[in-house]
Design a protein around this ligand. Structure first.
Ligand code: ADP
Ligand code: MG
Length: 336
């Protein structure tokens, strides 16, 4: 595909979607940068698909506006927004070959046949499907079918690709393989990708930035590193990566101790002066090759996890009492 490829910038300005009995999206503002791989991450029902549908134009806004490259989209119909769309169940045409499926958006746009052929073959190559032109969808695996959907979305060189859990129906191994492919395709085509998932590992693997959704709002937007190290809320901290959540005595705040920031020592004295010391029970010690992972239980019953380089030499059989400590400068404190 063209080296001059460019993605569009997307702006959501105070966007809401109300239904008679629920608020799917509540005053969301967001800027997706041109050419960026942006992921919407959040639990089921948090408003991710609604947001994608508002960008695509499948759903009407209740409040706010969507801008694509500075142009207000409110009255622009779906097909005029020039977006590539890949959904989990965005079915291929079963009676058309792979070639004809991918050529479909070009036929619709009345692109000359010779140019269609060249663009279809290029899109199939990008999607890793060279040589599959004559197959029919039922002759392909689930992963290959999603590659066809990807090629079909890319073939007319849209400036934005919207992907709603496109890997959700695939098994773990295939999903991981296609994640790497998607990253490569994104780099290759240079378009803006907006990708939806509820899987935080997938989000961390793929994205330039992640928008974390919860209950119809965006809790935080940032790089994987920013979200992990500087979560803006307890929800983000618990949704991204593992942690031990230590409640303050008065219950108003929590400290987020990431597994590699926590340390298990024999007693409070060993924690060192000025450092926190929480008595915990080690429930399990798991050898990971690269080190150890300890499952701990806090005094309030909460379960946490700590990583360490060595076994705990005062504990036999992996279970027993210890003290959890950490460097306060490296553990965010957030409202409970
Ligand atoms: P997600 O993609 O994050 O799982 P959705 O955007 O699909 O979440 O849904 C957000 C909320 O909006 C959910 O509570 C859902 O039930 C509600 N919702 C979505 N579509 C409709 C609809 N057509 N009518 C009524 N409520 C809807
Ligand atoms: Mg959804």
């Amino acid at each position: 595909m063209a080296e001059t490829a460019r993605g569009a910038e997307i702006i959501l300005d105070g966007v809401s979607k109300h239904y008679p009995k629920s608020i799917a999206l509540d005053d969301v503002s967001l800027e997706v940068r041109a050419g960026e791989f942006m992921t919407f991450l959040g639990p089921s029902g948090s408003g991710k698909t609604t947001t994608l549908n508002l960008i695509a134009g499948f759903t009407e806004l209740t409040t706010g506006s969507v801008y694509i490259d500075g142009k207000q989209m409110d009255r622009v119909p779906v097909h005029k927004r020039e977006l590539g769309i890949v959904f989990q169940h965005y079915a291929l045409f079963p009676h058309l070959s792979v070639f004809d499926n991918v050529a479909f958006p070009l036929s619709e746009r009345r692109v000359p046949k010779a140019e269609q052929k060249q663009r279809v073959l290029a899109a199939l190559e990008t999607a890793g499907l060279k040589g599959y032109e004559d197959r029919f969808p039922k002759e392909l695996s689930g992963g290959q079918q999603q590659r066809v959907a990807l090629a079909r979305a890319l073939v007319f060189e849209p400036r934005v690709l919207l992907l709603d859990e496109p890997l959700g129906a695939l098994d773990k191994k295939l999903r991981e393989q296609l994640q790497l492919e998607l990253r490569r395709v994104h780099r290759e085509v240079g378009r803006t990708f907006v990708f939806v998932t509820h899987d935080q590992e997938e989000a961390l693997t793929l994205s330039d930035r992640i928008a974390v959704f919860s209950a119809g709002r965006i809790e935080q937007v940032g790089t994987a590193k920013e979200l992990y190290e500087k979560p803006a809320s307890r929800f983000v901290a618990e949704f991204i990566g593992e942690s031990t959540v230590v409640e303050s005595e008065d219950g108003t705040t929590v400290t987020i101790v990431r597994p590699e920031r926590g340390e298990l020592v024999r007693d409070a004295a060993a924690a060192g002066p000025g450092r926190p010391a929480i008595p915990v029970t080690v429930r399990q010690a798991i050898y990971l090759g690269s080190g150890w992972k300890f499952e701990i239980v806090l005094p309030d019953g909460a379960v946490g996890v700590v990583r360490g380089e060595r076994e705990l030499d005062w504990i036999a059989g992996g279970t027993g009492e210890a003290v959890l400590t950490w460097d306060p400068a490296l553990a965010p404190v957030l409202p409970a």
